[in-house]
Unconditional design. Structure first.
Length: 270
């Protein structure tokens, strides 16, 4: 007999001491709770099955008849039987949430039409027979007996700071979520600071480029002024042919000074 795969991994395995204690209890008092079977496999009571086999006892079994998803039955039953804390319930709920999330993704992928095919309702790849749809966080929260926000916080922590799930400094889901949110805010702020720093560098580079252009234009304006002075001197000596050239130089110099004054004024305002 095998353990049913739909519930494998939802709860931690018994350690050696816990299992030996269970074996001793069954040996002394007998099997108190029947083992639930489903599809020819152990749905609930895997450790009891192992203990009975160790003692060469015939296990007492019943068939799962529903209603609902057999996983939900196993989780809700074990949560109550094991007297789990809210934080431990959240951990179990998180595992169940991921199971549903994975199956939803598989259903979505399987329902996508290939070239020449029609989109229709598709089975879950791999043969998983239990399809549940709806608000997953709310559904899982009801199964494990915690609030919907508790499951949502646990999902956020695992997505953004999974190391906190095993950090003894943050023993509760609320503490884990608060710390994960703080770290995420720090990351977002660091990213924003990085973008701002990049923008500041770009602005500085642009200002430097503009100053270099202005410096070049000022040197050119100075040369034009020098050329005007030389042309004035020549016209005073009787070189009348230079008067049209002198007129053009003065006009160009006037325009350049106007542009330089405008640009320097805008740069100063910035």
């Amino acid at each position: 007999m095998k353990q049913h795969p739909c519930t494998a991994g939802l709860f931690r395995d018994m350690d050696v001491v816990e299992f030996e204690t269970l074996v001793a209890d069954i040996k002394t008092h007998g099997q108190r709770h029947p083992i639930v079977l489903h599809e020819g496999m152990v749905l609930d009571g895997w450790n009891r099955w192992r203990a009975c086999k160790r003692l060469n006892l015939e296990p007492k079994t019943v068939e799962f008849k529903g209603p609902g998803d057999p996983r939900d039955y196993v989780v809700s039953t074990n949560v109550e039987r094991r007297h789990l804390s809210p934080t431990d319930r959240a951990k179990v709920g998180l595992k169940l949430y991921r199971v549903y999330e994975k199956e939803a993704s598989a259903r979505q992928k399987a329902s996508q039409a290939k070239p020449g095919e029609k989109v229709g309702k598709a089975p879950i790849p791999g043969g998983a027979p239990y399809a549940w749809t709806g608000d997953t966080s709310e559904h899982v929260a009801g199964i494990v007996g915690v609030g919907k926000s508790t499951i949502e916080r646990a999902v956020f922590v695992e997505d953004n700071a999974p190391e906190l799930l095993k950090d003894p400094e943050y023993p509760t889901t609320k503490q884990q979520y608060a710390e994960a949110r703080r770290r995420e805010n720090e990351k977002e702020q660091a990213a924003a600071d990085k973008l701002l720093s990049k923008a500041d560098r770009q602005v500085l580079e642009e200002k430097t480029r503009i100053k270099e252009i202005l410096s070049g234009q000022k040197r050119l304006a100075k040369k034009i002024d020098e050329s005007i002075d030389e042309a004035d001197a020549l016209t005073e000596r009787g070189c009348k042919d230079l008067e049209p050239v002198l007129k053009d130089l003065r006009a160009a110099a006037g325009k350049m000074r106007s542009v330089l004054q405008k640009v320097e004024g805008e740069d100063g305002d910035a």
